[in-house]
Design a protein around this ligand. Structure first.
Ligand code: SF4
Length: 280
């Protein structure tokens, strides 16, 4: 694996376009923060889930990455990372579709002979593959789990995430509800804030009802817009109202800060673009 190109954002975020041995390309992102660095890695070449708001989904699926290829992304970026870093599987691909290689890579990263990374600094993000969540529940080690609900009704999820027709939102939330409390506390539900589609107060109240009694957190992600995506980002006031409604109902809710959008490295923007931003 070699770095084909590196793009550096005005906010310090770096997007790496990586060429694999067989000539395929993937992307990884390095996000420096004041106290630690986040390394965002890919688990597949492209992605077959075809979410309507995601540029990676438009690439389609080529193949799963091996555990070596997953770990190599971290090794490549470690030279630029601070000593304190976290790894998130939020790059290209659905990690739970490549379950065995992802878990092999996680075990290595956590191991004393690997990176000795605490499990609290590894996050797997899923579009809601219920069998994968159930399998993860039975593992001896458990990473943080980020579940992309995107929309909070089956109506909006059917439009945005074709996988919802197989695993509707109630089944996804139920699979998290069954986790023992210490594991449930490490789950973050993510909602993408899309104007007039996912951002109404009714949606916020629906989500509060679905999450009643659970000890999870919610992350609101303002949509990263692109020419190829037929949706608009919700305005700031609407997102704040959505957050207030959830907090009032007892759910810890955060708004994600967009990083690296000027070099197409923000969530859902990874599309092997080679001409955006300043390259090294
Ligand atoms: S959002 Fe995630 S699961 Fe959906 S198409 Fe994009 S990479 Fe795949």
């Amino acid at each position: 694996m070699v770095v084909e190109k590196r793009f550096i954002s005005n906010d310090g975020t770096q997007r790496f376009l990586l060429r694999l041995q067989d000539g395929d390309f993937i992307e990884s992102v390095l996000i420096p923060r004041h106290d630690r660095t986040t390394i965002c890695i890919s688990s597949q070449v492209g992605c077959g889930l075809g979410c309507a708001f995601c540029l990676t989904g438009q690439l389609g699926f080529t193949r799963d990455l091996t555990a070596d290829e997953i770990v190599s992304q971290v090794l490549l970026m470690l030279t630029d990372a601070a000593s304190r870093f976290s790894v998130v599987f939020m790059g290209m691909g659905e990690p739970l579709q490549n379950y065995d290689s992802v878990m092999r890579a996680i075990r290595f990263m956590h191991d004393d002979h690997g990176f000795r990374l605490p499990m609290s600094r590894i996050t797997v993000s899923t579009a809601g593959l219920v069998p994968g969540i159930e399998r993860l529940a039975g593992e001896a080690i458990f990473p943080n789990l980020s579940v992309s609900l995107t929309g909070v009704t089956n109506r909006s999820r059917d439009v945005l995430m074709p996988i919802n027709r197989k695993y509707p939102i109630e089944a996804v939330i139920d699979s998290v509800r069954k986790l023992p409390p210490p594991r449930q506390k490490r789950v973050m539900f993510e909602c993408v804030m899309i104007k007039d589609l996912t951002d109404s107060i009714d949606d916020a109240e629906t989500l509060s009802r679905l999450l009643r009694g659970m000890r999870v957190k919610v992350n609101l992600i303002p949509l990263n817009t692109a020419e190829e995506i037929p949706f608009q980002r919700s305005d700031r006031e609407t997102i704040l109202r959505f957050q207030e409604s959830l907090v009032r109902n007892g759910t810890a809710t955060f708004i994600r800060q967009n990083r690296g959008a000027d070099v197409s490295s923000a969530c859902g923007q990874l599309k092997n673009r080679i001409r955006v931003g300043s390259a090294l």
